[in-house]
Design a protein around this ligand. Structure first.
Ligand SMILES: *Cc1c(COP(=O)(O)O)cnc(C)c1O
Length: 384
């Protein structure tokens, strides 16, 4: 029997093969839209829009191994992955129940675009399993959840939701971008389909836009068909970079877990900080759930400054290492303000009610030395 390989080995090698002499150790970049095919062959042709370019095929296999899935598929962006995953499961007239705490553009996709396609979406508080049940209709086909959530890092226990999906015959789709397969694998908790913005941790270097869908061979085949006709294939160069990024996924995420915990603990001792949101802190509402279901608490930290928007601006202006930028999951520490990014559509009162008062900062902790990130935050706080 073959030994079961660890996540780091999987991330670097996939299913390791002994290389013939004079092989490149790194996968070559197949920057080619098309490939020669045998004359008279009835086999599927190789064409990069079909997603069967070797760079595209390789990263899909690699991610499937990490998520413990039959199959995976990379596409052009995280939004491409979210759209195609749902379109593979839903038809006009169908109803989707979504967590109300989802990525802003996902919300727009569901409300605007899906409405036009005749797919109705209800939004519910994901921490109230009763509400999921109450939102059920005869036409409900699927449930969508994002966990951990942005920017409060709420950790949603999938098991009660998966149980409901099972009894009602619904598909459970989970956006696991913040967790990565290193910290959480939704398929092990009853999900049917996992969605990633590979732009974030999977690639991890803030130089690629990409997305992925992970699940059973049958469902991924449906997503693949849609990818081909909607023109959502990932570019070979992006796929090559994602392969390179994924090789270091385990060490990056483990280090980001460690540094984020150190930063969160430090922040929670600062006088200028009203509240810290990090699932690794005992003060977080979901700390017990997080300890039970996550393998690591992640690299994202939410911090409420006491001085509101003015304090947030002063803090951002004073930073010398961390950059003020949206997005997350890269090697550089980034800080963003949800009031101007993900939650810009809400009024200040609505944001405060949602637990994101002005003065809220979201940190995506990078790979710098923890001491240096903390020193940068310390000198910025000192200027408030
Ligand atoms: C960034 C993000 C997306 C969208 O991904 P893109 O690659 O920008 O299209 C979706 N979900 C979550 C949780 C994200 O953080």
């Amino acid at each position: 029997m073959k030994r079961r390989l660890g996540f780091s080995t999987r991330a670097v090698h996939g299913d390791p093969e002994v290389l013939p002499d004079w092989s490149p150790v790194v996968t070559p970049l197949y920057q080619s839209s098309t490939f020669t095919n045998p004359i008279g062959s009835t086999q599927e042709v190789l064409y990069t829009r079909y997603g069967n370019n070797p760079n595209q095929v390789l990263i899909a296999k690699r991610l499937a191994l990490l998520e413990g899935a039959e199959a995976a598929l990379f596409v052009a962006s995280g939004m491409g992955a979210t759209a195609l995953a749902h379109l593979a499961m839903l038809r006009p007239g169908d109803h989707l129940i979504s967590s109300e705490w989802v990525y802003g553009t996902t919300h727009k996709l569901f409300e605007g675009e899906f409405g036009r396609l005749g797919i109705d979406v209800s939004f519910v508080d994901p921490l109230e399993p009763r509400l999921w049940k109450r939102a059920l209709r005869k036409t409900t086909r699927a449930i969508f959840v994002e966990t951990p959530t942005n920017p409060l890092l709420r950790v949603i226990d999938l098991e009660p939701i998966a149980a409901l999906c099972k009894t009602e015959g619904l598909a459970l789709l989970v956006d696991s971008t913040f967790a990565t397969p290193i910290n959480f694998r939704p398929l092990e908790h009853g999900a049917d389909l996992v969605i990633h913005s590979a732009t974030k941790y999977l690639n991890g270097h803030a130089d690629v836009i990409a997305g992925a869908v992970v699940g059973s061979e049958a469902v991924i085949e449906e997503v693949r068909k849609l990818m081909r006709v909607w023109g959502q294939a990932i570019d070979p160069m992006a796929a090559w970079l994602v392969e390179r990024g994924m090789k270091t996924l385990v060490v990056r995420v483990e280090r980001q877990n460690q540094t984020a915990l150190a930063v969160a603990e430090w922040c929670s001792r600062q006088a200028q900080v009203a509240k810290v949101h990090y699932p690794g802190l005992p003060s977080h509402q979901d700390h017990e759930v997080a300890k039970r279901i996550l393998n690591g608490f992640g690299g994202m930290v939410g911090v409420e400054l006491k001085g509101g928007a003015r304090a947030a601006e002063r803090f951002l202006r004073a930073l010398t290492i961390a950059a003020h930028a949206p997005s997350l999951g890269g090697v550089e520490t980034l800080v963003s303000e949800p009031r101007l990014t993900s939650h810009a559509a809400l009024t200040p009162e609505e944001r405060a009610r949602a637990g994101i008062p002005d003065g809220f900062l979201r940190f995506s902790i990078g790979l710098e030395d923890a001491d240096d990130i903390i020193a940068d935050f310390a000198q910025a706080l000192a200027q408030l």
